[in-house]
Design a protein around this ligand. Structure first.
Ligand code: C2E
Ligand code: CA
Ligand code: CA
Ligand code: CA
Length: 279
């Protein structure tokens, strides 16, 4: 066993062994993170590009472990996916976000900002997803029409079982966004068949918008595609005024990015969540 163990280790690059060891540790620590109060939901405003007013917020989870410090969701979400923890974690984020956005809505009469929440591929496979989402909406009082679920392209295409669930949620008024659009799948045919309302233009295209003709071309193509199919487009990762101006010129409705605001704890957004433009 000793020999084969050594042999096994040799098959992998050292960095890969480190990676696996750390993932194992993260998986174990993540099991307690929720109960230990180490997780937090932060919110990044989504703005109307024509006037800079906040129209919604994307909920993003944060993990601060007392020994490891902050761990990026890019690192722990895939771990949570593998262990199945994402189901519990994802529902917790959903409920936090719906409760928070409802609180903002109630604080300011006429405020109809929406909550946009990431749903991982594994969550989409859960047979209880529709019931769980509807239960959260009823517990928190957030209208279904003020909830957007962000789903990645590959998840929606791979998991055909998810399509009826998404259609069901949509029939209740919940909107479905395709996250990181343009990075996942080669065929666009599925777009005409799937229950989708919003395309989120991936940051990789937005960041090339004012530097390469190719980036601008892809962003423009996605916006045109959205217009033809009757879908709203949202651009993510807007960092410069030039990018915002270009996207608006191309007809992109909403956007988010460091130019407007970073993801922040809810309390830091209280003042912003009225009707005033961010810039
Ligand atoms: P995402 O869904 O594509 O979220 C957007 C990411 O871009 C966020 O990173 C956000 O902080 C970052 N971002 C926003 N504006 C800018 C900008 O102007 N410039 C740059 N450089 N970055 C910007 P974050 O919060 O680290 O999250 C990373 C990913 O982790 C998310 O990508 C999402 O895939 C996943 N994630 C985060 N929270 C959740 C969650 O609650 N559930 C699930 N399933 N996944 C989550
Ligand atoms: Ca997202
Ligand atoms: Ca995204
Ligand atoms: Ca992205």
């Amino acid at each position: 066993a000793k020999r084969s163990g050594k042999h096994l280790v040799k098959l992998y690059e050292p960095s890969m062994v480190d990676r696996r060891a750390r993932d194992g540790v993260l998986a174990e620590l993540l099991g307690d993170a929720l109960h230990a109060g180490e997780l937090q939901v932060v919110y990044q405003p989504l703005v109307d590009l024509s006037d800079g007013r906040p129209v919604g917020v994307e909920a993003l989870v944060r993990w601060h472990h007392r020994d490891l410090g902050p761990v990026s969701p890019m690192e722990f979400i895939p771990v949570a996916e593998r262990t199945g923890m994402i189901t519990t974690l994802g529902l917790w984020v959903l409920e936090e976000a719906c409760r928070q956005v409802r609180a903002w809505q109630l604080r300011r009469p006429g405020c109809r900002i929406y909550a946009s929440v990431n749903i991982s591929p594994r969550q989409l496979q859960e047979p209880t997803l529709v019931g769980d989402v509807l239960a959260v909406l009823s517990r928190t009082g957030l209208p279904a029409t003020d909830l957007v679920l962000e789903i990645t392209e590959s998840a929606i295409v791979d998991e055909h079982a998810a399509v009826p669930a998404l259609a069901d949620l949509r029939a209740h008024g919940v909107r479905i966004a395709i996250d990181d659009f343009g990075t996942g799948y080669s065929s666009l045919q599925y777009l005409t068949r799937l229950p989708v309302d919003v395309l989120k233009i991936d940051r990789s295209f937005v960041s090339q918008l004012d530097s390469t003709p190719e980036g601008a071309a892809v962003a423009e193509a996605v916006i045109r595609l959205g217009q033809v199919l009757g879908l709203r487009t949202i651009a993510e990762g807007i960092e410069t005024p030039a990018q915002a101006a270009e996207l608006q010129l191309l007809g992109c409705g909403h956007g988010q990015g460091y130019l407007f605001a970073r993801p922040m704890p809810a309390a830091d957004l209280d003042d912003m969540m009225g009707t005033a433009p961010i810039r």
